[in-house]
Design a protein around this ligand. Structure first.
Ligand code: KG4
Ligand code: ZN
Length: 414
């Protein structure tokens, strides 16, 4: 059973609540005169327990997050059962903190939106079962959220962006390029054939033992690579970008990780050190892997822009490219994408870094978008399940590959 604190207002006396509900039906609020739509968003798809309360004008009324990064860094990766336990330990506190910070009564919520796909089964399950209890208690509509849809739409909270726009989602669990034509209307242009770029960076960071590096010990792998790369020289190594010959918008990062591992082993031999010790050339390796990853991402995105313009799916001028997801908080990647958008007369928009990584705000905002569009608002939660795997939109990546668009050379010099 959930126990929300009394100050949050769940336990209103029945008589008072009746009056309140009556007032609400007229869209009248004693304190604020007119009540906006307000959504509570809950996110537990991976290793962050996050919640936020957002209104329809994009005001973040309250927010709370518990990151598990430090715990998982110690075990060298996410152990699903550990993530599940940490979500269980924190979800009530986090939701309560977000609600209390918002200073609204839970009865003022228009709906509760929760990530139900895709993600780690054990993690998704915690958020969903908590949300369903809350939905039952508060008698509110439930809005199931697709995690990647939420990442894609976050930009409409921070910027005035109309459909259609191109979105590049690059994180630890996902990597895709999609055309966003509406709140729930996506064309998938390409995706990673193996691991996501954030996963690759996390693996390289682990192989370099960056957790032992005094400047990086509390950083995620990607952040640690970005930090060290600033001190490194990418020209000390040369790694070819993946899928050089494939004229589509798909990605691949496993090869890059394996080649980098080989370089690390070679360097360890040369420097006479064991795996687990920090290489003197760690910063150079970080710079090289970051640069190669950025070039690969830019090339696929370049082809996606050309394809969409060729098919009139995007305007010829001032088309918008949105980059989001944990890896899009990387400033080197952003700079590389800026070079691309300048060369193609597009505009690059990225949410601020804290909204690029997983958070509750994007889930609540996705709830607002769906409420406004009247899409996927459930009044009956019977039979609702989480889905660990779930593609985004209509997959046209084959058509993109068949178009075989040649991408002109672009110098990424940062
Ligand atoms: O979006 P996110 O918080 O979670 C999902 O994967 O959905 O992304 C986390 C990923 C991790 O792999 C992390 O290493 C990477 O994003 N990341 C970064 C940076 N900050 C986080 N990668 C590159 N540069 C960064 N600054
Ligand atoms: Zn994410």
């Amino acid at each position: 059973m959930l126990i929300l604190n009394k100050t949050a207002g769940v336990f209103l006396k029945p008589s008072k609540r009746k009056v309140y509900e009556f007032l609400r039906s007229f869209n009248f609020h004693p304190g604020t005169l007119f009540l906006h739509k307000i959504v509570l968003g809950i996110e537990t798809s991976c290793d962050d327990t996050a919640a936020a309360v957002v209104d329809e004008t994009g005001n973040v009324l309250g927010e709370a997050i518990h990151c598990q990064t430090e715990v998982h860094l110690k075990t060298g990766g996410i152990v699903p059962a550990v993530a599940q336990q940490l979500h269980r330990d924190n979800i009530q506190r986090i939701v309560q903190e977000a609600l209390s910070a918002s200073r609204i009564s839970p009865s003022d919520l228009s709906a509760i939106a929760t990530t139900i796909k895709p993600g780690l089964a054990l993690s998704l399950g915690v958020g969903l079962s908590f949300s369903l209890q809350l939905v039952g208690q508060l008698k509110k509509p439930f809005i199931p959220i697709h995690h990647m849809e939420a990442h894609a739409l976050t930009i409409r909270l921070t910027n005035k962006v109309e459909f259609p726009f191109l979105v590049l989602l690059i994180s630890g669990g996902h990597c895709l390029l999609a055309l966003v034509q509406g709140v729930s209307d996506f064309l998938l242009l390409g995706k990673s054939l193996d691991i996501a770029p954030g996963d690759m960076l996390d693996k390289v960071a682990r192989r370099l033992s960056l957790i032992k590096h005094p400047e990086c010990s509390t950083m995620s792998g990607g952040k640690a690579i970005e930090h060290l790369a600033k001190q490194g020289n990418r020209f000390h190594f040369d790694i070819k970008p993946p899928l050089h010959r494939a004229k589509n918008c798909d990605f691949s990062f496993t090869g890059l990780q394996q080649v980098t591992n080989k370089r690390i082993m070679k360097k360890e031999k040369e420097e006479g050190i064991e795996e687990g010790q920090i290489l003197s050339s760690a910063a150079d390796i970080a710079a090289t892997v970051q640069h190669t990853m950025a070039c690969h991402i830019v090339k696929r995105t370049h082809r996606a822009i050309l394809f969409c313009k060729q098919r009139d799916l995007l305007p010829q001028n001032n088309a918008v490219l949105v980059a989001s997801g944990g890896v899009a908080s990387n400033f080197y990647v952003r700079r590389a994408l800026e070079i691309l958008t300048n060369a193609t007369q597009c505009t690059l928009l990225c949410p601020p870094p804290r909204l690029c990584t997983d958070n509750g705000i994007m889930i609540a905002w996705n709830g607002i978008e769906r409420l406004r569009a009247g899409l996927g608002i459930l009044h009956d939660i019977e039979g609702i399940r989480y889905e660990p795997k779930c593609p985004l939109g209509v997959d046209i990546s084959k058509e993109v590959g068949e178009a075989a668009i040649k991408v002109p050379q672009l110098k990424i010099e940062i």
